[in-house]
Structures are given as C-alpha cells and as structure tokens.
Write a protein that binds this ligand. Sequence first.
Ligand code: AMP
Length: 468
Amino acid sequence: MKIFNTLSGQKENLPENRPLRLFVCGPTVYNYAHIGNARTYVSFDNFVSYLRSRGIKVSYLQNITDVDDKIIKRGLEESVSPMEIAGKYEKIYHEDEKSLKIDSVNKYARATDHIPEIIKQIQILIEKGHAYKIENEGYYYDISTFKEYGKLSKRTAEQAEDATSRIDEGVNKKNKGDFALWKFPKSEVGGNKNGKSFAIINGEPIWNTPLGWGRPGWHIEDTAITEKYFGPQYDIHGGAVDLKFPHHEAEIAQQEAASGKKPLVKIWMHTGFLLFGEEKMSKSSGKFVSIRDFLKMYSADIFRYIIASHNYRSPINYTDQLAIEAGKNINSIIEFLTKISLVKKSGTPQIDIAKYEKSFIDSLDDDFNTPKALSVIFDLINEANLKIQSITKKDAVSAKKYIAEKLGLFKVSVKMPRIPLKIRLLAWRRKLLRNNKQFAKSDLLRKKIEALGYKIDDTPLGTIILKS
Ligand code: AMP
C-alpha cells in the first residue's frame, strides 16, 4: 500500500509484513471537540480499520493534551481547576468518539501522566546542547542547533494556516523560532510548596522537577510519549495540515536530536481541513459546529459518509447541504439493497464481485483513496440496476453482503430499517386496491403511509417500503 508522505512529497510504500506503529496528535481538552477535529480522527479511524481488515496489525497511539494555556485560561474563567476542565473535556471527547463510532485507538496517553519522560527528554536535549535556559521563562529549544529544522514543512517561519495560537513568544529567545520545552511558573512558588511534587498556583498547574517548578511546552509531550511506547523511531505520524509547522517540525527536531536517529517517522500523513465558509473550523475562532450539535441534526453514518466521500488530504467545505446529500446517498444505497432483496431468480451469477473487490482494494492501496473506493460500490450498484431483470438471488445476496461489508469498513451502516407492522398492513391493503384498479383509494393510502414517515416504491421486482 502506498501513502503520500509529507516529508518526501511522494507516495511511498508502507512497511510490509510487520505490525505498524501509528501516532496521531490528540485533542487539547478545553472545549467540545468540533467536526473539524472529527474529520481528522474519523479519517485515521477509517485508515486503521482498513489496514486491520487487510490483516496488518496496527498499534494506534494518541496523546491527550491536558496541560496547556487554553486549559488554564478556561479554568480561570470558570473558577475551577485546570485539571477539572481537562478531565471534563477528555471524558466528553471519548463520548463523542463513541457516538461517531471511532474505536480504533489502542492507547490514549495524557501529557500529565508523562512528566518524568518529558523531563528526561529535555535533560538529554540540554546535555547535547540543543536546549538553553532563560531565567524566569523556561527551557527553550535552540533551532539553530538542528540543521534540518524545516525539512517537513519546507520552511522555518509561521504562515497563516498554522496552529499558531501556541507559538511561544519569549522575548529573550536566541532565535525567533525557538520553542518552549519547559515553562517556569508565572507566579512565585511559595516555600511551603517545596516538599510537594505538584501544585496549582493562580490557576497554573506546575510540577516540581529537577529542572525546577514548571510545566511542559506543547511539542515535547508528543515525543516523550511516542519514545516511551514506540521508541525513537516509528512508522506513521498523523494530524491535520495545521500541525505540520511548527508542531511536527518541532517533534522531529526534539526526537532526532535527542536520539541521534533519523527519521523519527517513516511516513507523515496529514489530513486536509474541514472548512466552515472560507475558514478552517477552529475552537479558538469560535466558528465551529461541535460534534454534539452535528449529531443533534444528523447521524454518525452521515458524518462518516461525508468523510469517506472526500480524499483524506482534500479540504472539506462543510455546509448543511453536504450532510443532506450524504443522507440521500446512504438512502439510495438502502433503497437498492431493499430492492434486490426481492430478486428470486436462480441460475448462473451475472455479477463478478471479485472485479469490484480488486478495484476497491486498488483504490485504497493508492494513498487511501476513499472517494474512489466509494465510486466502486456505486459502479456495482449501477451494474446490478442495469441487469435487474436478469440477476440471480445469488448475485443479490453476494452484492448485499459485499456492499454492507465495504461500507462497514468506513463504519457507514446501510441496514434496512425494520418496517412496523402497521405500515406493512397499509402497504398490503394498498396493493389489494391497486390490483382491483381502485387507484384513487390506493393513492390515499400511499399518502397516509407517507404522512407516517415511510414511502412506497413500485419497482419492476415488486413494491418496496422505505423510510422517507
Ligand atoms: P486540537 O484539539 O486543536 O489540538 O486539534 C486536534 C486535532 O484536530 C489535530 O490533529 C488538528 O490538526 C485537527 N484539527 C483541528 N481543526 C481541524 C479542522 N478544521 N479540520 C481538520 N482537522 C482539524
């Protein structure tokens, strides 16, 4: 399987015949996650689901950023501890993942559970001359000591679309792009705290460590976590494009400098943005649709269909119309599956499912092209529709199984709805009326069925009832 590697700018083969280690940047837990975040997490959930379906073992690790300026700010605004904010939104994040059927992550690792690993890595960077101290500010990474800084994003300065709200501003830095590894407390730490290992002062959570009291910078948690679980080198690192610079660039600089081994990661996979209007959907701009608000209007299947119908690297311009169209597409597949359930014919199968399977796999093996894979399913539906009078029950059964299984990889359910007895009886009475050519009366019953949220479709194979 080939995947586009941001580092090389080319599609590259995934390592074969061995388990893969995947790390994806997890959420900063200070607010409800939005459907932009979900775009990235569902894309990777689909990717892992596909790899596992091909028999490839994937160890999928995600961090949880539970110490950060934004969490501290939120805690102060709500007069609660930052840990309470982080705990609350971490729980909400997992609930939202469940609602969206995301279940492929093997291990979630909180930044605050890895303070010793973070300190160890910073100490190595200090020893090797990559980090320096600024009194009253913290320890910083000196980007001039890492000659390859910029190799992932092909630049060393920020641009408008970066996750820049977390750029470290310090005025005494050696280089403008230097970033914080360890941040000293903003307020004085009273003597009574010195025997303690953790304190919250003026809303800021701080740890007592060999580097002094303080808290980690944003980038260091990821490499401390991945080194602990995967070692200094691993296979795939994911996140959305906003994280390429400076976040992922910083990760490379930290880990490759600390271990002396490169590359940190074989393949860097970046998802495109989910846009809202012309802009990237983001929590900090306040312009976002939370996962919860989306799910009040539409189903998880609709969200997952939207994601699968876009290439993971392409932007998605989110509008309600997109969700409505996705719903219609899912319904059209359900309609097709309901219709072919009426096929009774025996005889030689007419449809070559293996041909579709080959195209489906080829599409996904080529940089995980999910829209192309979805189009293969529609090609199969089109062929079956064209041959609807000649296909056999065997064709119908295998097409139904195949389509449900393939959409199941993207966790889009196309289960045929259970039709209540009352509706089935109305449909049966309508049929009798039609057989007796009492069309006016049968039309009245059709309207009644529609008013109850169902619709009747008279296909060449017979009548089907669907949810409207
Ligand atoms: P955050 O909680 O802001 O740290 O973001 C968590 C994850 O969601 C990261 O991988 C981000 O790159 C990703 N992300 C944030 N906003 C968007 C967006 N609008 N579209 C796609 N991915 C996003």
